[in-house]
Design a binder for this molecule. Structure first.
Ligand code: GLA
Ligand code: ZN
Length: 658
C-alpha cells in the first residue's frame, strides 16, 4: 500500500439521479469548490443491473472519466445495502426478517439477510462484474464495501447459522450448557436445534454469542465481496467500509481486520459538536487498524433524520473537519453533493440545492478545500503518536449493556468520562482493543473492563512490571469470556496487581460524597467498597456518610511499591473531581500536556521524518488568542508565528516549530 499523496476533500455524488447533461455543471462546481474526490455508486444497484445479469456500467464509466478530466478521483461503493426490487422479488428469501418474525418491506435499504445463500450468490456475481469493469480504472483509487452495516436478521437461515456457529465454538452441548449455566430456569439444551436467536433479554452467555455471531456473519459477507473484488484491483487501491462511530452492533476490530482502511460517518444530528467527547470516536476509528482513516461522510450543515435538524453554526463543520484530520483522517467527504428531487432524504444538507445552485454551506467547503491544498504535502504520511492508551472492548460493552444494573450506567459514557479530561489537556490518546500489547505506552486506562481473558491479564501485568502506569475502573474483572461471573472478587485475576479487591458494589440512588487528601467530590450512579490487600496500596479517597455499607470505606486506591503504578477507581466521579484525578495521574505518569484556552484543541501528527505538526483548532464561536511556548511557522497562512497568535472563530492553524 502506497501512502496517500494528498489530503482529500470530497462529497458523495449520485450522477444516476440526474440527466447526463447536468453532470458538467456539477463537476464544474465541484472543481470550483476544490473537491478532489467523490464517492459514487454505493446505492446504484438498480441502475447498474436493471435486471438479472444485464449490466449497465457505461454511465458510471463516463462519470468517472469526466470527473478525472477535472482532477477529481473516485471511490466506488458496492451497492449491496440496496438490493433492487427485481432481486428481492425473484429471490424472496433474500429479504431479512425482523424481531417480530415479519419479512422486512422493500423500499428502504439494508433489507437483505447477510446470511442468505441466494443473496450471497447475487452479490458475488454483481461485485465480480463491477470489479472487472472498474478495478483497473486508473481514476478509481478505492472501494467501499456496502454501506453502514447495521441490519440484524432473525430468519430461519440465520437461526441455523447461529446454531452451527455455536457448535463449532463449543464442540459439545455439555460444554455450552456448563459455560452458560443453562440449568438455571431449565434452559438445558439437548439438541443444537433448540437454541433460539435471542429476542429481548436472554441468557447472558447466549446474548454475548449472538453479538459475536452478527459480527461473524457480516465478516463472512464482507469477505465474499473482498474476494470478488481484490483480484481485479490495482495494488495501490484501498478497500474500506463506512462504520458508524460508537455503533455497537458488532465487533469493529473483526470487521476491519480484512479491510485496508477504516472509515466512518460523522453526524451530529441535533445540537452541536462537543469536541472533548467526539474526539474519542476518531481515535476509536483510528484504533481499528492502528493507522489513519477516512471520514467517508459528514454533515454539510444539517441532517434530515434527527428530532430537530438544526444547522451547525457557520464555520463549525470547518472546525470539525480539522478535528478529524488532527485525529488522523486522510480525507473528509460531505454527504451529499446535491439534494435529489425525490427519494427519502429530500431535506438533508448538501453543497448544491435542488435548483442546482451552491448553498451557503458551499463556501465553507471551499474554505476547507483551500486549506487542505495548502498543507496536504506537509501532512502526507504523518500520523498521530500517543503515550496514553485507552483499552476498549465490545464484549465488555455488550456485557454491561445486557445488565446495566443502573439504568444510566453506560459503557460509552463511562469511557468518554475518562477521555474528556485527557482531551482538555490536549493529550493524544490511542484507543486500542483490550487484547493489544501495551509496550511503548506510559499510561493505560482500562474503563470498565468487565470481561477478562488470559491475554489481557498477561499484557496488563507485563505493562505494570515494566514500569507502566495503569488505571482500572469500576466493574473491572467481573466476568469471563462466556459472560459468566468469575468465582473470585473483582478485579479477579488483576486483584493482586492492583493490590485491592472489591467487596461489594452498589448502584446509587443519590451521589455519595468522596474525600481524600487532595480530592473532594462525589460518586454518581455507582460505588464499590474496596478492600486493600497489600501495604504498598494506599487509599487515595474514602466514601463519606452514605448508605451505611460504604461509610468511610476505601473508594480509590493507588499502589506505590513497584516501578509501575496501578490506580483502582471504584467510583464514578463528578466532572470536577474526575478532572482533578486524571490530571494528577497524568502528572504522576509524566505525560506531557499542552495548555490551551477553553474550546481550543491542539493535536499533533508526526511526519515520517520525525517532525511534529501542531494542529490548533478553535471550536469556539468567537476568535481567541492562543499562546505557544515556542516560535513556529504557520503553514495555512504561510507566516512565522511568535508565541501568541490570533485564531478567528472556528478556524485552524497548522504549525511546525522553528
Ligand atoms: C448515512 C448514510 C448516507 C445518508 C446519511 C444521511 O450516513 O450512509 O447514505 O443516508 O446517513 O445522514
Ligand atoms: Zn437472516
Amino acid at each position: 500500500m502506497t501512502p496517500p499523496s494528498r489530503l482529500h476533500i470530497g462529497a458523495a455524488y449520485y450522477p444516476e439521479h440526474w440527466p447526463e447533461e447536468r453532470w458538467p455543471e456539477d463537476i464544474r462546481l465541484m472543481k470550483a469548490a476544490g473537491l478532489t474526490v467523490v464517492r459514487m455508486a454505493e446505492f446504484a444497484w438498480s441502475t447498474m443491473e436493471p435486471s438479472e445479469g444485464q449490466y449497465n456500467f457505461d454511465w458510471l464509466e463516463r462519470a468517472i472519466a469526466r470527473l478525472a478530466e477535472n482532477d477529481i478521483l473516485t471511490v466506488l461503493g458496492t451497492p449491496t445495502a440496496a438490493p433492487p426490487a427485481w432481486l428481492v422479488t425473484q429471490y424472496p428469501a433474500t429479504l431479512a426478517v425482523d424481531e417480530t418474525g415479519r419479512r422486512v418491506q422493500f423500499g428502504n435499504r439494508c433489507h437483505a439477510c447477510v446470511n442468505s445463500p441466494e443473496f450471497h450468490a447475487a452479490v458475488e456475481r454483481f461485485v465480480t462484474a463491477m470489479a472487472k469493469r472498474f478495478g483497473p480504472n486508473p481514476h478509481v483509487i478505492g472501494w467501499q464495501i456496502d454501506n453502514e452495516y447495521n441490519r440484524v436478521c432473525y430468519c430461519d437461515t440465520c437461526r441455523l447459522e447461529f446454531q452451527q456457529f455455536l457448535r463449532r465454538k463449543y464442540g459439545s452441548l455439555e460444554n455450552l450448557n456448563a459455560r452458560w449455566t443453562t440449568a438455571y430456569w431449565s434452559q438445558t439444551y439437548s439438541a443444537w436445534e433448540q437454541i433460539p436467536l435471542p429476542i429481548g433479554p436472554h441468557n447472558p452467555g447466549l446474548m454475548l454469542e449472538f453479538r459475536r455471531f452478527v459480527g461473524a456473519s457480516y465478516r463472512r459477507f464482507q469477505k465474499r465481496q473482498l474476494d470478488a473484488l481484490r483480484p481485479h484491483l490495482k495494488p495501490s487501491d484501498r478497500v474500506t467500509h463506512n462504520f458508524m462511530g460508537w455503533f455497537g452492533g458488532f465487533d469493529h476490530y473483526e470487521l476491519t481486520a480484512d479491510l485496508d482502511l477504516a472509515a466512518w460517518d460523522w453526524y451530529i444530528g441535533s445540537g452541536h459538536n462537543d469536541p472533548l467527547a467526539q474526539g474519542v470516536i476518531h481515535d476509536l476509528t483510528r484504533g481499528f487498524k492502528r493507522k489513519n482513516f477516512w471520514l467517508m461522510e459528514t454533515q454539510p450543515g444539517n441532517v434530515n433524520w434527527a428530532g430537530v435538524n438544526n444547522s451547525l453554526y457557520m464555520g463549525e463543520a470547518h472546525a470539525m473537519a480539522w478535528q478529524a484530520v488532527a485525529h488522523g483522517a486522510e480525507a473528509v467527504l460531505y454527504w451529499q453533493w446535491r439534494s435529489a428531487l425525490g427519494g427519502q432524504e429530500q431535506y438533508h444538507g448538501t453543497l448544491v440545492d435542488p435548483s442546482g445552485q451552491p448553498r451557503p454551506f458551499y463556501q465553507e467547503a471551499q474554505w476547507l478545500a483551500r486549506e487542505f491544498a495548502a498543507v496536504s504535502d506537509l501532512l502526507s504520511g504523518s500520523e498521530v503518536r500517543a503515550q496514553v492508551a485507552m483499552l476498549h472492548d465490545y464484549d465488555s460493552r455488550w456485557s454491561i449493556e445486557g445488565q446495566r444494573h443502573h439504568r444510566d450506567f453506560d459503557y460509552v459514557e463511562h469511557f468518554t468520562h475518562y477521555y474528556r479530561p485527557l482531551a482538555a489537556r490536549n493529550v493524544n490518546v490511542d484507543v486500542l482493543h483490550a487484547d493489544q500489547p501495551l509496550d511503548g505506552y506510559r499510561l493505560v486506562i482500562a474503563p470498565a473492563l468487565i470481561i477478562l481473558n488470559e491475554t489481557r491479564v498477561r499484557h496488563l501485568k507485563a505493562f505494570v512490571e515494566n514500569g507502566g502506569h495503569l488505571v482500572l475502573t469500576l466493574r473491572t474483572g467481573v466476568k469471563d469470556e462466556y459472560n459468566a461471573l468469575l468465582p473470585s472478587r473483582p478485579p479477579g485475576p488483576l486483584a493482586e496487581l492492583a493490590g485491592v479487591e472489591v467487596e461489594e458494589y452498589y448502584a446509587l440512588e443519590m451521589p455519595v460524597p468522596v474525600q481524600g487528601e487532595w480530592l473532594t467530590g462525589s460518586s454518581l450512579l455507582w460505588a464499590e467498597r474496596l478492600q486493600v490487600l497489600r501495604p504498598d496500596c494506599k487509599v487515595v479517597a474514602r466514601y463519606q456518610r452514605a448508605n451505611g455499607w460504604l461509610d468511610h470505606q476505601p473508594a480509590i486506591t493507588e499502589t506505590t511499591g513497584g516501578t509501575g503504578r496501578v490506580w483502582y477507581v471504584g467510583v464514578n466521579l463528578d466532572t470536577a473531581a474526575q478532572t482533578k484525578l486524571i490530571t494528577r495521574i497524568l502528572n504522576t505518569a509524566g505525560i506531557p500536556q499542552i495548555e490551551s484556552p477553553p474550546g481550543v484543541e491542539i493535536r499533533t501528527r508526526r511526519r515520517p521524518d520525525g517532525e511534529e505538526i501542531y494542529i490548533v483548532i478553535n471550536h469556539n464561536r468567537s476568535g481567541t488568542r492562543v499562546r505557544l511556548p515556542w516560535n513556529g511557522y504557520e503553514h495555512i497562512g504561510k507566516r512565522p508565528v511568535q508565541g501568541t497568535f490570533e485564531l478567528p472563530a472556528y478556524s485552524t492553524a497548522v504549525l511546525t516549530r522553528k
